[in-house]
Design a protein. Structure first.
Length: 226
């Protein structure tokens, strides 16, 4: 148990599984690889939806987009796009590669969030809101585990996280936490609105993603041993 916890906290690379793609530019992946990619992105979108409907704080990057929108007068959608482009440009010196997963990340997660907002609960009691945020973060972590292990390309922010982790030899959880905290701090000073859910997300998402990668890798090992 303790060994597993230490592994989650110090994980530095995405596990390569039997259904993982051999390279990011693969436009004709195995059906099983595509299945797990889509499954992961759907879970990610549901998790984001749970965070939004909990209504006690949006994600750190959304705070940044919101702050930029307040300062520039642009729409949230436009500032989100601008930040995504800037993050993707940061990939270049880090030699991170986009792929089918990068494209589907932008499309599927957005669609799933829109649909989930129509069917997910909107709790009014703070305790239930808090529980929903924690569940949402955990689901995002597991979804990230599935879609990242497909090795078909990460989303802009996940890709930056993995690239920095690889180049600095620091854990995925630590780098993700630093990125999320940086985003929320900058967003807050630009005028973005921060809630308790935002702070929980900023601190917990890195470890949730590491847990998701550990969880998916563990399932694969169990299947392999059977």
């Amino acid at each position: 148990m303790i060994k597993n916890i230490i592994y989650i906290f110090t994980l530095k690379k995405v596990p390569k599984l039997v259904w993982s793609s051999s390279y990011e530019y693969n436009l004709k992946p195995k059906k099983i690889t595509l299945f797990y990619l889509v499954l992961g992105l759907i879970l990610f979108g549901i998790g984001e939806g749970l965070l939004i409907t909990a209504n006690i704080g949006v994600s750190p990057w959304f705070v940044l987009h919101q702050g930029l929108a307040f300062k520039t007068g642009y729409t949230i959608g436009l500032t989100t796009f601008i930040v995504s482009i800037i993050v993707l440009l940061l990939w270049l010196p880090l030699k991170e590669k986009p792929g089918l997963g990068t494209i589907l990340n932008a499309i599927l997660i957005s669609v799933v969030i829109d649909v989930s907002l129509l069917i997910l609960p909107y709790p009014e009691h703070f305790l239930f809101q808090l529980i929903q945020v924690i569940i949402g973060i955990l689901i995002i972590g597991i979804g990230s585990g599935y879609y990242l292990c497909s090795f078909l390309g990460a989303g802009p922010r996940d890709g930056l996280n993995l690239a920095i982790s690889r180049h600095t030899n620091k854990s995925i959880a630590l780098v993700r936490t630093i990125l999320e905290v940086s985003a929320v701090v900058i967003g807050f000073f630009l005028g973005g609105i921060v809630g308790i859910g935002t702070l929980i997300y900023a601190i917990g998402i890195g470890y949730s993603v590491s847990f998701g990668l550990f969880f998916v890798g563990k399932i694969y090992k169990k299947i392999e041993s059977n």
